[in-house]
Design a protein around this ligand. Structure first.
Ligand code: CAA
Length: 281
């Protein structure tokens, strides 16, 4: 059993906290927004309750997993940590600030990992004095279901740190894939151009929303069509990642579709706002 700190109790943070708690670790779930923190704990409890209903775990096991999670409003209250995973919103400045504070708070052998979907691990690592013990641990939504962990090696990440994180991912029952620190890593470098192209197809009137999604679901066996998936990820997140790819490679093939930019400007961010390419209310 290890002491794990998960910073951020949004969709990703709460999922990451759940899988570590299920693996028997003590998880300190840190979130500054009290509403988000209680929502995070509620979601974890509801997920576990579904597993109880399906007969996969006993009510006692559910309680034991929940008791492994300690919710805290301030990272300064965390007593100890073997591994810290940052899962706050995608903002470079906020992440740099968090990591430089954590660098002062935790001993030098605590490994720092970021769940960022596109920000450079090397850049984040440079805000700390432990660039060799800094790595990307990129989970996928919904975290309890998705098998992949994209392990992102920064320029100075050591072999030892990389191996430890590969072992951690396997211990959680996940499949790690090691990638180098280039914009979008592999997952979003491949996924986002597909989503962007689907938005361009809609924008240019090639086919209807439903038909674009149907093509990819029935023709390629994707569980969700690209427009439905964009809503699921969040259109603001998709736009952010596309901008990182566009800036990072300076290649027009990554230019975000104007329709995506317009929808984000209008606050139509997908499932989380109740409206995106589809309506959810
Ligand atoms: N939390 C926990 N479990 C969940 C869940 C959630 N939010 N949503 C669904 N599940 C579980 C269900 O309980 C169910 O479990 P069992 O099979 O054990 O009963 C299982 O997942 C299947 O769920 P459903 O039957 O309700 O629905 P579904 O078959 O349509 O699957 C889905 C839902 C798993 C989300 C599926 O549609 C899917 O795989 N979609 C694609 C998801 C995807 O691509 N995710 C990656 C996004 S990109 C990203 O995260 C990273 C990034 O950098 C942008």
């Amino acid at each position: 059993m290890a002491d794990i700190v998960v910073v951020g109790a949004g969709t990703m943070g709460r999922g990451i906290a759940q899988v570590f708690a299920q693996a028997g670790d003590k998880v300190y779930l840190v979130e500054v927004d009290p509403r988000q923190l209680s929502l995070g704990l509620e979601t974890i409890s509801e997920n576990l309750e579904k597993s109880v209903q399906k007969g996969r775990i006993t009510p006692e096991q559910k309680q034991s997993v929940l008791s492994n999670i300690v919710a805290l409003p301030d990272i300064r209250q965390v007593p100890s940590a073997d591994l810290l995973i940052e899962a706050i919103y995608e903002n470079v400045e906020a992440k740099l600030e968090l990591f430089s504070l954590a660098d002062e708070l935790f001993p030098s052998d605590t490994i720092f990992a970021s769940n960022t979907s596109s920000i450079s691990i090397t850049r984040l690592a440079a805000s700390t004095s432990r660039e060799d013990r800094f790595i990307g641990m990129h989970f996928f939504n919904p975290v309890p279901v998705m098998k992949l962990v994209e392990v992102v090696r920064g320029l100075k990440t050591s072999d030892e740190t990389c191996q430890k994180i590969i072992d951690e991912a396997r211990r959680l029952g996940k499949e790690p894939v090691v990638v180098r620190d280039f914009p979008g890593f592999v997952s979003n470098r491949v996924l986002m151009p597909m989503i962007n192209e689907a938005i361009f197809a809609l924008y240019e009137g090639v086919a209807s929303r439903d038909d674009i999604d149907k093509v990819m679901k029935l023709g390629m066996n994707h569980p969700m069509g690209p427009l439905e998936l964009a809503d699921f990820i969040g259109l603001d997140v998709c736009l952010y990642i596309l901008d990182v790819l566009y800036e990072g490679f300076r290649d027009p093939k990554y230019r975000p579709c104007p329709l995506l930019r317009q929808m984000v400007a209008a606050g139509k961010l997908g499932r989380k706002t109740g409206s995106g390419f589809y309506d959810y209310l």
